[in-house]
Design a protein around this ligand. Structure first.
Ligand SMILES: NC(=O)c1ccc[n+]([C@@H]2O[C@H](COP(=O)([O-])OP(=O)(O)OC[C@H]3O[C@@H](n4cnc5c(N)ncnc54)[C@H](OP(=O)(O)O)[C@@H]3O)[C@@H](O)[C@H]2O)c1
Length: 326
């Protein structure tokens, strides 16, 4: 099969189209003929050599895809050849064929196109896992989401709006803040126009936010704590600005702050299956009604995967970039 490959970690130019052995499905797997693959920030890190695939996963990039089931393992329940599918992958999406444990797959509702479906699993399940399963966000709470224009950010805005939570986002320009507000954020803060924490406190009558979804890491650790309300929950899901920071633990103690860290990719198929079941239970109707719909910034042919990576690196996108696999 054709796949987007790289021989050595490096800049986007290392990506090339090449031939790779077809994946072989195990008894609990679906073999998918991939039509589209979502591009994620983690793919850029893997390409640079900073985020190796978990043991046993495909070395090919790609954490989510959509396509058609072409083969079904003997232990698989509920799937048939010819079904439209979107899947959360531990790797392997940037290729004409991918295998996935059936518990990591979701049927594609008729209301969604294949390229929209390919942009759903990684970011919506990350947002759902962290905001709902780990932090237990409730209607009426206020959540700060860093990178409101990102794949995870836009998914978070959408899911939080469904339950009636207020969303404050950060973004790097007034134009992107405007896009976030149009997409449903309650407040948008341009992080390049000064420190975000005082503006978050001002936007919450100095109370602070109940929950923060953070993908920035070290540089935002103390300002995040400043922006949290008493008893607030901080979810760390990314380290775009560093992994090592100093923390004033007296703030954590006195203000009853809870800090969570998590990754989705490294979880077992059983855990991923439980997250997907819980997501479909809470948001399945919205998904089927076509109300869960990722904003697609651009669909790029797989032959131009390097340009898709450069686009994401420059953060010129709002929402998702998707590769068309041909
Ligand atoms: N732990 C997990 O399981 C998990 C799963 C999926 C994703 N993630 C993480 O979640 C993050 C988002 O992933 P993605 O694929 O959705 O990425 P993405 O679409 O590339 O978005 C990254 C966003 O961060 C914004 N940003 C950059 N510097 C910022 C700063 N200092 N303050 C606030 N925003 C900033 C960028 O936009 P502007 O600067 O233009 O506003 C961009 O919108 C990544 O860190 C990724 O590794 C974690």
């Amino acid at each position: 099969m054709k796949a987007v490959l790289f021989d050595q970690p490096g800049p986007a130019d290392v990506l090339r189209l090449g031939d790779f052995a077809d994946p072989v499905p195990g008894p609990a797997d679906l073999l998918i003929s991939v039509k589209f693959a979502g591009v994620n920030r983690a793919d850029l890190m893997q390409r640079q050599g900073f985020y190796p695939p978990p043991p046993g996963a495909s070395p090919i990039l790609g954490l989510e895809c959509a396509g058609v089931v072409v083969e079904v393992g003997g232990e698989v329940r509920g799937w048939r050849e010819g079904d439209r599918v979107m899947a959360l992958l531990p790797g392997g999406g940037y290729a004409q064929k991918a295998v996935v444990d059936y518990r990591s797959a979701m049927p594609v509702p008729s209301t969604l196109s294949d390229h929209e479906a390919a942009a759903i699993p990684e970011v919506y399940l990350t947002a759902f896992l962290n905001l709902f399963l780990l932090a237990g966000v409730k209607p009426g709470e206020t959540v700060l989401v860093h990178g409101g224009g990102s794949g995870v950010g836009t998914a978070s805005i959408q899911l939080l709006n469904f339950i009636g939570a207020r969303t404050i986002v950060t973004a790097g320009s007034d134009a992107k803040c405007e896009q976030c507000l149009k997409f449903g954020a309650t407040v948008a803060i341009n992080y390049n126009a000064g420190p975000f924490a005082p503006r978050v406190r001002a936007a919450t009558n100095d109370r602070g936010v109940d929950v923060i979804l953070d993908s920035i890491g070290a540089a935002y650790l103390m300002p995040n704590i400043e922006a949290l309300a008493h008893g607030g929950r901080l979810l760390i899901i990314g380290l775009m600005k560093g992994a090592k920071a100093e923390i004033d633990l007296s703030q954590v103690l006195r203000r009853h702050i809870k800090i969570f860290g998590s990754t989705l990719r490294s979880r077992s198929s059983a855990e991923k299956g439980e997250i997907i079941s819980a997501f479909l239970e809470q948001f399945g109707q919205k998904l089927h009604a076509g109300e869960i719909r990722p904003p697609i910034y651009k669909v790029v042919p797989m032959t131009e995967a390097a340009s898709a990576h450069r686009m994401m690196q420059a953060s010129e996108h709002f929402g998702k970039i998707v590769l068309a696999i041909s």
